[in-house]
Write a protein that binds this ligand. Structure first.
Ligand code: GLA
Length: 737
């Protein structure tokens, strides 16, 4: 049993393989958070926190007026409300029917269920057959306002993960307004933490920043209606001394793709509170009598074994319990995409010539990017008109797909269904389908507007159009793009409060994706938003891979992949080899370096093979061999970040180890060649110390212990961005074992 309830002291203890999480109902029915951390069994952690009378921290009315130590302002809790005496971050802010704010949350009941709960309309982790997962639901009630809050906990024992979400139910006889509803609150009363988060920009996503948690509120958020390039809905709280290999750390990941906020606050007594959920700015939700509101899911994980292990826990979770469908664990087809080769300027002949070259080299799928539909000769027109442009492709998509299939390749296609150009037939027919406020002209971005996915008829229309496209030809892959941040959030559907539009947009997007993936289960969907502008666990529930970045520069990718890898597995990161000099950075790099960099992701090509020399074409064949040889190791193995590209400026080193430890691959990329270089010494990780490992192409055999503890010195790597791959295989057990 992962969830234990002790009736005599009203204590809920959640166990995973290596962690313990505890919640207790106090004498007043208040729900206390007692512990989250390394596994400790059979303990009521009540002893660890002392209630004290604190000035200016008020006491609930039902406490003895002469015993002033119980205060919501100091108590570690599971979920908090505004205006009831806790002045720290608030999980829930409801404007009640009488105009008052606040919800007096008291324990009512609980349920323990086998398996994992799901969340209607929202992405949520699911249990695999082999998983032991249990659900705890704790019901809290405010008997005055007749508000019920249900807190859901999904306990994934083998994954060391606890998921959470909250459901708010209005049981009164009048409507109330939700002004803020967080998914989860986590209080850590002791310890000194750093906040690690992943900021960025278009073409440089998920850069790592680490800073001490201070006596202030630190917020990571997006108000762009996508999770954004600028901030990722994933943060880590790590004890100050935690590094890659040791130390306490907590991951907080939100499975949501719209406006979000994650706040960290250290209070007056040093207690740290972190919350995650939908951003409350411009949010309000009318909850009519009898209605309920579901928050997005938060995926929590903890380890005392450092940031590397925390990441590996998330990799397992995302791969096995978030991504779905035919391809979530299967090898993805090796693809070539024409975007960087042609932009909008192509015709059938050009596309077929790229495809024919690619097929000859052993590439498995051709993806036709932007420009194939409507009047799409530039990014100024056509979005919304998902019908083939017969000037460019006179024989249509069906025939193109057939021709490409005849070459032995699969065929995939790019779409950007959420956006619309004013110069499109769709806009001319339905100008009110675009998000626009009545009183001003909308902001254009890439000269496009955004369709109002909060409206069912818009989603239904997109479903029909995309179904028609997918049924019209043998399309086996969709790149689902979204190329702007939203604003002018106003839906012409009059019946609702506009504070609901943003969240309803995300719900519309999720339901559209869900309908499509259920109707076309064999199609591989890749998410994209100008690269990695919507790279989150919410989208990964529908699209098992997401284009990592529009910056395909292999050296910039090292940082982007490094940052992304804290929360997301290699199998989720779309990465391609592109031409040199790179189109975004202008940097020239060797072909092999570009391949080794892109191999730490889904892998593919983003170039015109017609422009390659004979030697380069030959090289593609060997890169494809590497891709096939190392696919399982890289995609199903364990990732170890050996170097930190934000600190180590000369080399980037990462290692993949097979789950049974019998094989390892270390990729080294020199990022700044040195004259008279210091020796580069690395320590392998994750090997079996008692085993012997043989280096490929060398007679050398060393023990796991030697490689991990004494380490290995990398031979000099002169030249521009040279690479080294070290592949080890377990040969035999040591005689003295
Ligand atoms: C975005 C994507 C690119 C490409 C273009 C097409 O920027 O990230 O990969 O598909 O759109 O317009």
């Amino acid at each position: 049993m992962a969830i234990h309830f002790q009736a005599e002291n009203k204590c809920f203890t959640l166990y995973t393989e290596h962690t313990t999480y505890q919640i207790k109902v106090d004498a007043h029915g208040l729900l206390k958070h007692q512990y989250y951390g390394r596994k400790v069994i059979d303990t009521d952690f009540d002893y660890a926190f002392l209630n004290m009378d604190r000035g200016f921290s008020g006491n609930p009315y039902d406490c003895d007026p002469y015993e002033r130590s119980v205060s919501l302002d100091t108590m570690p809790q599971e979920y908090t409300s505004s205006d009831v005496g806790d002045y720290r971050l608030t999980s829930l802010n409801i404007m009640n029917a009488d105009g008052s704010y606040g919800t007096d949350l008291r324990y009512d009941s609980y349920e323990i269920l086998k398996g994992k709960y799901s969340i209607p309309g929202l992405p949520a982790a699911y249990a695999e057959k082999s998983d032991t997962v249990e659900t705890l639901i704790i019901t809290l009630k405010d008997h005055g306002t007749k508000t019920t809050v249900k807190l859901y906990y999904g306990v994934f024992s083998e994954k060391d993960v606890i998921t959470r979400c909250a459901v708010i139910i209005n049981e009164s006889i009048a409507a109330v307004h939700l002004e803020k509803v967080m998914s989860a609150c986590l209080d850590l009363p002791f310890g000194s933490y750093d906040l690690i988060h992943f900021h960025g920009r278009h073409c440089m996503e998920r850069q790592v920043e680490r800073m001490p948690v201070s006596h202030s509120i630190q917020t990571v958020s997006s108000m762009r209606d996508t999770s954004s390039h600028q901030h990722n809905p994933f943060v880590i709280l790590a004890e100050n001394n935690t590094d890659e290999d040791q130390g306490d750390c907590y991951g907080i990941m939100l499975a949501y793709s719209g406006n979000f906020r994650m706040d960290v606050e250290q209070d007056q007594f040093g207690s740290v509170r972190i919350q995650a959920g939908i951003h409350d700015e411009k949010f309000s939700w009318q909850l009519k009598e009898g209605e309920c509101f579901y928050t997005p899911e938060v995926i929590l994980s903890y380890t005392n074994e450092g940031l590397g292990e925390l990441s590996r826990q998330y990799h397992q979770m995302i791969q096995h319990n978030i991504t779905r469908g035919k391809y979530h664990l299967a090898r993805r087809p090796l693809l070539i995409n024409n975007w960087e080769a042609t932009g909008f300027q192509f015709n059938e002949e050009k596309i077929l010539s790229i495809a024919a070259q690619a097929a000859g080299l052993g590439i498995e799928m051709f993806v036709l990017d932007d420009g194939w539909f409507g009047k799409r000769d530039s990014d100024n027109a056509g979005l919304g008109d998902w019908k083939v442009n017969l000037e460019k492709l006179p024989h249509g998509i069906h025939s193109l797909a057939e021709n490409i299939n005849a070459m032995g390749m699969k065929f995939g296609i790019w779409v950007e269904p959420e956006s619309i150009n004013e110069d499109s037939d769709l806009y001319r027919a339905h100008p009110d389908w675009a998000l626009k406020t009545p009183s001003r002209r909308p902001v254009r971005s890439r000269n496009q507007l955004v369709l109002d996915l909060s409206r069912k008829e818009v989603c239904d229309y997109l479903f029909e159009q995309l179904s028609e496209l997918l049924s019209s030809a043998n399309i086996e892959y969709i790149k689902w793009d979204m190329n702007r941040s939203l604003c002018d959030i106003f839906s012409t559907e009059q019946s609702r409060d506009q504070g609901e539009t943003s969240h309803r947009y995300v719900l519309g997007l999720y339901s559209l994706l869900d309908r499509l993936i259920s109707s076309f289960p064999d199609v591989l969907f890749e998410g994209c938003s100008g690269g990695g502008g919507r790279f989150d666990a919410g989208m990964l529930y529908y699209t098992p891979q997401i284009w990592n970045s529009d910056d395909t520069d292999p050296i910039h990718q090292l940082k982007i992949q490094y940052g992304t890898s804290f929360g997301y597995p290699v199998s989720a990161m779309g990465t391609h080899v592109s031409c040199s000099p790179n189109m975004q950075s202008g940097r020239s790099t060797p072909f092999t370096t570009r391949a080794v960099s892109a191999l730490s992701g889904t892998f593919g090509y983003e170039l015109d093979p017609n422009a390659l020399s004979k030697t380069e074409k030959e090289e593609i064949r060997s890169q494809i061999n590497l891709f096939k040889q190392y696919y399982d190791l890289i995609h199903y193995g364990r990732l170890y970040r050996i170097s930190n590209p934000f600190q180590d400026h000369c080399f980037a080193v990462k290692e993949f180890v097979s789950p049974d430890q019998s094989e390892a691959l270390v990729n080294v990329i020199a990022t700044d060649p040195q004259a008279n270089p210091p020796l580069l010494h690395i320590k392998f990780k994750g090997l079996n110390e008692n085993w012997l490992y043989r280096f490929d192409d060398k007679e050398m055999i060393l023990s796991g212990a030697a490689l991990m503890y004494a380490g290995y010195t990398i031979p000099a790597m002169p030249g521009d961005y040279s690479i080294l791959q070290i592949h080890l295989t377990h040969v035999e057990e040591k005689a003295d074992e």
